[in-house]
Design a protein around this ligand. Sequence first.
Ligand code: 3K0
Ligand code: ZN
Length: 653
Amino acid sequence: MVPDGRSLPGRVTVRLDGQDRATVAISISGEMSHAGRMSVVYLVSSAAYADAVAAGVAAARDHGVILYTTADSLTSSVANELTRLKPTRVVVVGGTTVIGDAVLRMAADLLGSGTTVERVGGKTAWDLAAAISARDFEPGIDSVVIAAAGSFFDALVAGPAAATLGAPLLLAAADSLPPATVAELRRLHPRRVVVVGNTAAVSGGVVAAIQAMGPEVERVGGADRYATAAAVATRLFPSATAVVATSGVTELGGLAAVPLAAAYGAPILLTASGDQLPISTRDSLIGHKPRRIYVVGPLSDVIGGEVVGFADGTITIPTEKATYPASDSDYHDPGELLTILRATEIAYPSLVHIFSIGKSAEGRDIWAAKVSSNVALDEDKPEVLVDALHHASEHLGVEQALYLFHTLTSDYATDPYVHRLVDERVIWIVFAVNPDGWVYDLSGNPYNFWRKNRQPNEGSTTIGTDLNRNYGYMWASGAAGSALKWSNLYWGPSAFSAPETRAIADFVASRVKDGKQRIRTHVTLHTHGELILYPYAYTYAHFPPDMKPDDFAVFRSMAAEMASMNGYGYEQSSLLFPSDGDEIDWMYGTYGIFSFTFELYPTAAAGRGIVYVPGSVIAKQTARNRGALLYLIDSAACPYAAIGKSAEYCPAL
Ligand code: 3K0
Ligand code: ZN
């Protein structure tokens, strides 16, 4: 069973409800004052709140709260909240046309001489933001956060980010920097500016204009407001244990939630109308595994049903308890994996695209990365597929895939070989083909010695199919899988009966373009044995009718070359033990892909079957395969080069 949120120990959901933004803000104020006295109140116009977006950052800085007011009087509920809070300062945000002087007088009369009541004025949103910044910050600060005034929700989610960085929030127009913002940037002279929003929100020209003033610029953005919020969460709140969820469609108290979010080190994630959470919000919630969720706004349909379900614990949270024990904390668990993938995509937007190739039996995403220059384009380059964790207990495979992912991205700028390969190839990496088995394995004490997926077997109490016996090539031919459901080698009721192998097969099929399979080389990462294996697994014969002699020579030669780099042994897969329906046989038999199994550290001497190795070996044992994996990627241009036959087989080169 996938555990659900209800069973999550210690998850707390706090609903900050109300009929409208003004009453929601009072709920937030009540919640925050549980934690201590709130001595500063920012009064924001309930109509022109968007112009006052930078007030959220100021309130966060002052450990204050935000309340909304009408233009010409304090409502009784706001007056009651002010009386309850007895703040020492009230700051009215905006010019006299949005909040009249009558409101200041009423507040002063209500609270008496112990309270100062002041105004921060400004005609436009950027004037107000600059005025608040000028009041609070001195030149020489490290960072400034900039969002577009016209993209309110980007500016909203930028608020807690600015608070976390100890930075002011300034505002841009989509295509220009307003004079007030330019002047404030000149005065502050920050080292860096974090721009929140995609290029439609804040144009490249605006970024260039900021850079021309000296600071380095880091853009944090996504395809839409939901993805931008998730990107901010990933980039600036990587270890948050609380999140604030509020509407990304209508402001329903979101601005008042900025100081709340800042107080708990929480990012703001955005919900949409309807039942479904936006995918990036959902991913971010799953990735963060928050212990506290503040749901801000009226619990009407505007706060999507799914976030309420998530908050209530009725939405499944696939990452529950899927963590490594402290002694193996060098391994990356499923939640950490996703966080790294997302963060790397944000750090290398032109090289990395993260996507899911499909869902597991229990509904988890099977995450993949595309790594290539111009990653957004489907360019015709030789392609390579690397996958890991068909077998749930083979944790080191995930680390090996992550090592390669890291190498291809972080060494791109400095290593000419990596640079060329990323420019000239497309590298697909599937990090965990069997996420359900992985999570189940991690739920043991510390592990469950689990190999198969977690699909229930019909008519049996047993669970799971051996994914590496479920591929549709010589499936169930009797070589060495098993028809027995309880067996660790159970091949499943039919070829590709497992959604996980189906997802791999569908993905590989999708890489056929103009009748040609673009994927030319492949490696599947397993443990253990320190071996490089090549097809076929289903027969001991070197040259059955479905193996071309030249291809066999390529397999031998490539395996020997890679083995010379990583110090592994190499042999035909069936020599380790025969198997049917395995992945590399299917890859080669169906598409002619030069497909290998790496059995990683340690050697067979460690025993047969499942062997867990400590996290301390990861760095050395994954770096060991750098050369071999880069060679495999390089070879995708023309695998026949390995036997000196590129002229014959790859004349176009
Ligand atoms: O292609 C292969 O030979 C796969 C070998 C793999 C398997 O599926 O039996 N060996 S493992 O289970 O020990 N990782
Ligand atoms: Zn394996």
